[in-house]
Design a protein around this ligand. Structure first.
Ligand SMILES: [Zn+2]
Ligand SMILES: [Zn+2]
Length: 151
C-alpha cells in the first residue's frame, strides 16, 4: 500500500468536506491543521438550521451568494466555538481564499495557506498574505489519491 503525503492527506480531507457544500455555485472545503493534526474543518454552507441554496436557490447580491458562510470562515469559527487555538496553524483549502477569508485567516494567526485550485486570486489578498509573512503554496490535489482506497 502506497503511503500518501501529508499535503495530499489534508487536501483529500478538504475535498471530502467540499462534497458537503450546500451552495450550487461553488463547493469549497477547508481543513485547519496544527502539528500535522486536523483541528477543524468546514465547507461553504448556510448557518446551522438555515435554508440551503440547494433547496431554495442562492441568495445573490452583487453576483455573490450571501446565504453561505465560506469554508475557511466555518473552520475558523469552529475553533472559536470550541476554544481551539488557531495561532501557528495551517489551512488546506480546495480554492484560493476570497479577500474576506484571507483577512480572517491572517487575523486568526494561521501561518500557511495551501490551496489546490486558483480561484479569482485577488492581488490584494496575495499582497496581504505577503505582508503578514504567510506561506502561500499551490498544492494541486491528486485525485489518484482517492483511488488508493479501492486497492
Ligand atoms: Zn448559494
Ligand atoms: Zn471566502
Amino acid at each position: 500500500m502506497e503511503r500518501i503525503t501529508w499535503d495530499q492527506y489534508f487536501m483529500a480531507q478538504s475535498h471530502l468536506l467540499a462534497l458537503r457544500s450546500t451552495c450550487t455555485r461553488l463547493a469549497v472545503g477547508a481543513t485547519i491543521v496544527r502539528d500535522k493534526r486536523i483541528i477543524a474543518g468546514g465547507y461553504n454552507g448556510s448557518i446551522a438550521g438555515g435554508a440551503h441554496c440547494i433547496d431554495e436557490g442562492c441568495y445573490v447580491i452583487d453576483n455573490h451568494c450571501v446565504r453561505t458562510i465560506h469554508a475557511e470562515m466555518n473552520a475558523i469559527i469552529q475553533c472559536a466555538k470550541f476554544g481551539v487555538p488557531t495561532e501557528g496553524a495551517e489551512i488546506y483549502v480546495t480554492h484560493f481564499p476570497c479577500l474576506h477569508c484571507c483577512k480572517a485567516i491572517i487575523q486568526s494567526g494561521i501561518r500557511a495557506v495551501y490551496y489546490a485550485q486558483d480561484y479569482k486570486n485577488h492581488p490584494y489578498a496575495l499582497e496581504l498574505f505577503e505582508q503578514a509573512n504567510i506561506l502561500v503554496k499551490h498544492v494541486p490535489f491528486d485525485r489518484e489519491t482517492l483511488l488508493l482506497l479501492q486497492k
